[in-house]
Design a protein around this ligand. Sequence first.
Ligand code: ASP
Length: 453
Amino acid sequence: MSGKRHHVYIAIGLIMGAAAGVAADWIAGPAESGPAAVSTQPSEAPGASLREGLHWFTYNVTDSVGKVFLRLIFMVVVPLVFCALTLGVVEIGDIRRLGRIGVRTLGYTLVLSSIAVILGVSLVNFFRPGESLPPEQRDALRAQYSGNAAQAVEHAKKAKSVRDTLLDIIPENPLQEMVGALDGSAKGGGMLAVMFFALVFGAAITLIPNERARPLVDCIQAVFDVCMVVIGMAMRIAPVAVACLVFSVTARVGADVLKMLLGFALTALAGMAVQIGVIYPLMLKTLGRTSPGRFFRDISDVMVTAFATSSSNATLPTSLRCAEQDLKLPKEIGHFVLTVGATGNQNGTALYEGVVVLFLAQVFGVELSFAQQLMVVLMSVLAGVGTAGVPGGSLPLIAVVCSSVGVPADGIGIILGIDRILDMVRTVLNVVGDLVLAVCVSKGVRPAPAPAM
Ligand code: ASP
């Protein structure tokens, strides 16, 4: 999704946007009190005061550039999610052939991802980084996303009964759910129902004869590839979009938003630290019967590669070599678990998705009930399965989870500036999780007999 130095340009965009935004806010002086002062409604002319001029500029110029970027991503979200999950299940369908290995891989993946998301969601509930802004700044930020935020609060209030929520997961009309999946206008379960449809569709594909299934799978794979190309195009303008989005936010809210973002980043990093420092070693010791110290020493190359590339896919060759040569795992288990895990087992991503959605809900004042938070956990686990192992692969899925619980998806513009840095860390978690999984799965499974000469 990016060139070699792309992340450097994004970081430069972040710093320039933030510095220019804070400076512009300072030069424009304090906003007159009252909601009008923070209004972001369309204006025909720049207005008389410096503050009004700045509003005009952010609304018409920087917000618009940022929206171009976000819309390029959103426009492929629905086909991308459908294809990614269907293909994931088709791949897992091969698991049946692998019997115990397949079932264990699937089971441990769900356990590891669920622990990761619950951890992240609990930390956001505890530290509440999205509520750290002073009230007037928070109003300014909410005003920036006014239409969406108001809609979101309404959406969250319309909490359904548990019975309806569960029933709505099964779509009556998947196409209708796809149409309304992102703006909350779906009649049933929205994106979750689309995900359910993709899972059933993928499972059914594995049950028809291979020669009939192949063309369909190839076609779905091609649609998926095309979506990834579109997202790659969007990522090309990411440095400029990040600069614009960060400028818009800081110019309206001032430097306080940067402090809030620091709180968000630290919360996400704390969750990731617990996952890698406590949960993984526990899994290795109990299920993998392996020394965590030695394990981490053996995989240091993989961690560095994941950190540098922000891509599970790009790290796969290094992980495969490490599994075979350093961890001495049976070849067929290493290959299977690591290949499926590169897209299917993304604990760091799942944790991050949960953290972002809850954080944005706090920023926009969207109260999420316990059932809705459970929904975030479930969707983040599924999103972890459907996320492509490339830099920024989780952004479209974050939009999906946000809109499914009524949090404005545009809000990802707020975290976009620091996303790339956190992407480096969560990718490390993703690939380490795959190797932990491979170690645990390989325990107790006898290696395949060597082929006869
Ligand atoms: N960059 C991550 C990976 O490749 C995916 C993401 O969370 O954006 O594993």
